[in-house]
Design a protein around this ligand. Structure first.
Ligand code: UDP
Length: 487
């Protein structure tokens, strides 16, 4: 009889973290019928309700089940935390006893309640980047933990190198040095492109970044949503020993191509109908992830820039949330309230302003010729998958580092719109928007060719014997104890 293995997945509950992890689950289950997966959903981590998504996954995949953990209040001390990273990390830590209890109830028979699971073959935990406190649960239950890394191999290298940088540099990175040497980047990295919490050691998010970087080294392996042909240098630095790391498995790109998360595989009729009427590759799409939004002054500059560019556009424009640190933008009922007077009339027929749209369905449409993006890693992968060039306008989280890597490390894989925007009083002007859009939509733009090359390489990576396919095979062998050979 074949050996069977069950993995417990614990995602962070933002769309950009949950969806790639679920795509990984699908790929693993599809590849090897010895596996089954239980996903523990920490609901308090999310402002959005993903129940219809998780229900539809559970309905379509027999060896996948979801357990929704009851809401736990964050500890009172967390009300002073300033960054999303620290709030999420503290909340996850608060769930440790509950996670352990839930897994024990699921996998341990009454007679062996204390330690090693025997009744079912619990093979390990697969946990999100910000869940490394749960490595303790794996240790207590006697099973290995694997990290599911939702961003670039570049950022993974930074995380792993961070504890050393922290020891080497006494003061805040942002003030003390002009460049950082990170072993898996060829170019020196300016501190200004680091995620904001890393700018100052006094920031509560800073300590959590260093903590997670330290704990990644304890994992049995790290699964990364990238592919060897996209980030060869960053990935080789792990195998070449320039960065000490557990085995790394680049198995990506993991993308929800069928729009299962949106509960709609197709675009709204009005948007689809409009796109259908546009010439091929003529429309620039602007969309800024699950958390991107702008104040009125910035919205005005974008509108003017688009108008002056003369290009057709589809603009996903969303309302800024209240000051709650975990809140996300919402759709406007009437975008006219924030757009410059007369803008919608003047651009009628040439442009469309919308709220949340299923992004992959938009990028897949033949009318789309360019993408102004905040450079969230999923958005970059999705764009590369459909061969759509990006103009980079990073906003938050690790997006500035992603954009830096695309521009400097990977030989110009995106057009620069603005790489150092951090909001506040800063504005990207209408001229910058107009210039960025014009460069992006230029049919001779070199980035367009480079992106098509990567699109082909991505297809090959996923084929049988392609790099990501092979890497997934190595991960499976490791879990099954057949051999261990990540990179
Ligand atoms: N997304 C979408 N419609 C929108 C905005 C975002 O479908 O209007 C999806 C997008 O396709 C991507 C995810 O939300 O899969 C955003 O992930 P990403 O890593 O790009 O950015 P994040 O939201 O995590 O900052």
């Amino acid at each position: 009889m074949k050996q069977r293995a069950e993995l417990v997945f614990i995602p962070a509950m933002g769309i950009g973290h949950l969806v790639p992890m679920m795509e990984f689950a699908k790929r693993l289950l599809d590849r090897d019928d010895r596996f089954s997966i239980t996903v523990l959903v920490i609901k308090s981590l999310s402002v959005s309700d993903f129940t219809s998504y998780t229900d539809s996954l559970a309905d379509s995949l027999p060896r996948l089940r979801f357990i929704h953990l009851p809401n736990l209040d964050p500890p009172p001390s967390s009300s002073n935390l300033r960054t999303r990273e620290s709030i999420v990390s503290v909340l996850v830590e608060t769930h440790k006893p509950l996670v352990k209890q839930t897994i024990s109830n699921l996998f341990l028979s009454d007679s062996d309640s204390e330690s090693v699971p025997t009744r079912t073959a619990l093979a390990g935990l697969v946990i999100d980047i910000f869940c490394t406190t749960l490595i303790d649960v794996g240790n207590e239950l006697g099973v290995p933990s694997y990290i599911f890394f939702t961003s670039t191999a570049g950022l993974l290298g930074l995380f792993l190198h961070l504890p050393e940088l922290h020891n080497q540099i006494d003061t805040d990175f942002k003030d003390s040095v002009t460049e950082l040497s990170i072993p898996n980047f060829t170019n020196p990295v300016p501190p200004s492109v680091l995620p904001l919490p890393l700018w100052s050691k006094k920031n509560d998010g800073y300590d959590w970044y260093v903590y997670h970087g330290r704990r990644f080294k304890e994992a049995k392996g790290i699964i990364v949503n990238t592919f060897a042909e996209l980030e060869p240098t960053a990935l080789n630095s792990f195998s070449g020993g320039r960065i000490r790391a557990p085995p790394v498995y680049p198995v990506g790109p993991l993308i929800d191509l069928h729009g299962q998360v949106h509960n709609q595989t197709r675009l709204e009729e009005s948007i689809k109908g409009w796109l259908d009427d546009q010439p091929p590759s003529s429309v620039v799409f602007l969309c800024f992830g699950s958390r991107g939004s702008f104040g009125a002054a910035q919205v005005k500059e974008i509108a003017l820039g688009l108008e002056r560019s003369g290009h057709r556009f589809l603009w996903c424009l969303r309302r800024q949330p209240e000051k709650d640190k975990l809140a996300s933008p919402t759709d406007y009922e009437n975008t006219g309230e924030v757009l410059p007077e007369g803008f919608l009339d003047r651009t009628e027929g040439r442009g469309l302003v919308c709220g949340w749209v299923p992004q992959t369905a938009v990028l897949a449409h033949r009318a789309i010729g360019g993408f102004v993006s905040h450079c969230g890693w999923n958005s970059i992968l999705e764009s590369l998958c459909f061969g759509v060039p990006i103009a980079a306008w990073p906003l938050y989280a690790e997006q500035h580092l992603n954009a830096f890597e695309m521009v400097r490390e990977l030989g110009g894989l995106v057009v620069e719109l603005r790489l150092d925007y951090r909001g506040g009083g800063d504005l990207v002007t209408a001229e910058e928007v107009e210039r960025g859009v014009s460069r992006l939509m230029d049919s001779h733009c070199e980035v367009r060719m480079r992106v098509k090359e990567i699109m082909e390489k991505r297809k090959r990576a996923l084929m049988d014997d392609g790099s990501s396919f092979t890497s997934l095979g190595c991960f499976i062998k490791d879990v099954m104890g057949e051999s261990s050979s990540g990179i």
